[in-house]
Design a protein around this ligand. Structure first.
Ligand SMILES: [Zn+2]
Length: 303
């Protein structure tokens, strides 16, 4: 009987035997993207926990086991996961497919890291129109790995891109309410340059594009000098980066902390937040985290 079962199994198409594609995604934003495209057809393991800084993240042995078992590893790229570079290179050498979703975006849309001229700024998810372009690479790769579900991946990808376009339009309309003299976003690290370009805000990060180097006293003094005597109503901390430097700026300048932004990590699953107008959103998703940021910034910088 058992021999017959094995024989029948050998005749089945391989996708029926193999089960869903096993994907590992690095940052919480990338994991949300892959889950949204993959739906029930893809098993997604999110590697970097919620609230943990991807610039600093080093995989544990358990993480490496997940990576080795994966059919595909999705990561942001453009240097975001700087401390995973070796592991990703080794995975590729042993034949695991590793896909940098941000590196599919044409270079003319990318901003450069001013401190490292050869390095692009990896924080592309803060322009939803760019994040919609990252959707395409996930759809393409999942469809190659599981052609039987390609239609599902394409349909979900199209719906997702359309929802990111709506999110962009809502954000643009909301942020337009901030008066010109208050359009300055000061945060813990330089994650919001794409956001600033998309919505016409000047952006100042106390630390650079990466959080690997700590903010120095000169960075803090420079920003305190800039903030004093201007009509900047608030500065912002971030959920995945130390708030010490921004708190110091707030104390030294007398400018209040306007709230906590999701920069390189989404919120914790299970939490549901409400906007002042009654909008419900889940900050563990890309869309919810982005909405939270926009609402927090408008609330603190608007009139
Ligand atoms: Zn960052």
């Amino acid at each position: 009987m058992r021999i017959w079962l094995i024989f029948v199994a050998l005749l089945l198409p391989s996708f029926l035997l193999a089960g869903p594609v096993r994907a590992v995604a690095t940052s919480t934003f990338v994991a949300d993207l892959v889950r949204s495209v993959g739906g029930e057809d893809v098993e997604v393991v999110g590697l970097i926990p919620h609230g943990v800084d991807p610039h600093m993240f080093k995989p544990t042995i358990a993480d490496v086991n997940h990576l080795m078992r994966a059919d595909v590893v999705f990561f942001n790229g453009l240097g975001l996961e700087g401390r995973m570079a070796d592991v990703l290179r080794r995975l590729e050498r042993r034949g695991t497919r590793a896909v940098a979703v941000a590196e599919s975006i044409p270079t003319e849309y990318l901003l450069q890291d001013e401190d490292n001229p050869n390095q692009a700024d990896p924080h592309i998810w803060f322009d939803p129109r760019l994040w919609a372009r990252a959707v395409d690479s996930v759809v393409r790769v999942l469809s190659e790995l599981d052609a039987s579900n390609a239609e599902h991946f394409t349909a979900r990808g199209e719906a997702l891109s359309a929802s990111y376009e709506s999110l962009h339009e809502w954000a643009a309309a909301s942020l337009a309410k901030i008066p010109p003299e208050r359009r300055i976003l000061i945060t813990s690290h330089d994650a919001f340059q794409y956001f600033g370009r998309a919505y016409d805000l000047e952006v100042i990060g106390v630390q650079g594009i990466s959080t690997v180097g700590e903010a120095g006293l000169s960075d803090i003094t420079r920003i305190v000098d800039r903030v004093r005597g201007q009509s900047i109503p608030a500065v912002f901390v971030e959920t995945s980066v130390s708030s010490a430097a921004v708190r110091r700026i707030s104390q030294d300048s007398g400018v209040r902390i306007g709230g906590s932004l999701y920069s390189d990590s989404t919120g914790t699953p299970g939490e549901v937040l409400h906007s002042p107008t009654g909008m419900r959103y889940d900050p563990s998703t890309y869309t919810g985290a982005f909405r939270h940021n926009v609402l927090t910034i408008v609330d603190a910088l608007g009139l």
